[in-house]
Ligand binder design. Structure first.
Ligand code: NAP
Length: 260
């Protein structure tokens, strides 16, 4: 029996992952701030699937709370799958946005998944086995359409995932970045957006089921709504075509000073 630790498991995408992994027979560690919702889901899943479910109440923007989850990953029973899902959106442009809100978003969307992955990989590498699912967003690929720092936080998640996959794959750790597009969860209302005004919203069940097909195929990047996989392959191929040994001397095209 393996164990999955899921952040942001009290509702939305994280709660759906919890239901799917419980149905697959995984024991669970559920993390979020809302203890009542976590305990309710834990009771449901214990009864339905006879799995063991731990609950950790933690505000992942709080370093002390985050430390408790890191400790669970480092010294508790083995965690075989980490789902870095907890996250929030911050609407509005960069210019004029509240720096305190931006800093809190960075703690939730960047610092927490980074430190949790760091805590998880020790045991996974030692066992030569494990998986990390990082929930990014398609907006990381189209930042001009989503002003403010949310897209940038998700670009970090994509790059972190790809770097981790390259480093940890040979050690038996599978890393998947999942890039949802608009998905029908409470994240929109919390950010002050009426989800009914957004076209082409995916149901959370469809999103997680598709993401799990990508997981089972061991894809490194899964974009559930993208019908034509060759578009992503072309995008990645363009990046891979950049010379790998960049450095040394400035390119000739930067040797001519701009004259005013
Ligand atoms: P959601 O329904 O609002 O769920 C967010 C989850 O994160 C909740 O369980 C929430 O639980 C938890 N959370 C929020 N702040 C937290 C904090 N400070 N500490 C600990 N847990 C916290 O949103 P969702 O749509 O499922 O989002 C899940 C992930 O998908 C996020 O990373 C989001 O950026 C990404 N995503 C969503 C969409 C979309 O359209 N829905 C699209 C692309 C990417 P508590 O409130 O109980 O703490």
């Amino acid at each position: 029996m393996s164990t999955a630790l899921i952040t942001g498991a009290s509702e939305g995408i994280g709660a759906t992952y919890a239901r799917r992994f419980a149905a697959r027979g995984h024991d669970l560690v559920l993390v979020a701030r809302n203890t009542d919702k976590l305990e309710g889901l834990a009771a449901e899943l214990r009864a339905a699937h006879a799995v063991s479910v731990e609950v950790i109440t933690a505000d992942l923007t709080d370093a002390t709370h985050l430390g408790l989850v890191e400790k669970r990953l480092r010294v508790g029973g083995p965690v075989d799958i980490l789902v870095n899902n907890a996250g929030a959106a911050l609407m509005g442009p960069f210019h004029g946005n509240d720096p305190n809100k931006m800093e809190a978003l960075i703690r939730l969307n960047i610092t927490a998944p980074t430190l949790l992955a760091s805590a998880a990989v020790d045991g996974m590498a030692a066992r030569g086995n494990g998986a990390i699912i990082n929930i990014g967003s398609v907006v990381s690929l189209m930042p001009a359409y989503f002003p403010g720092i949310y897209a940038a936080t998700k670009a970090y998640i994509l790059t972190l995932s790809q770097g981790l996959a390259a480093e940890m794959g040979p050690k038996g750790v599978y890393v998947q970045a999942v890039l949802p597009a608009a998905t029908r969860t409470a994240i929109w209302a919390k950010a002050g957006v009426d989800v009914e005004q957004i076209p082409n919203v995916m149901s959370v069940d469809d999103l997680v089921d598709a993401a799990l097909v990508g997981f089972d195929r061991r894809e490194s990047v899964t974009i559930p709504p993208l019908a034509d996989a060759s578009l992503w392959e072309t995008f990645e191929g363009a990046r891979a075509a950049l010379p790998s040994g960049l450095g040394g001397t400035p390119a000739d095209r930067y040797r001519t000073p701009v004259t005013t």
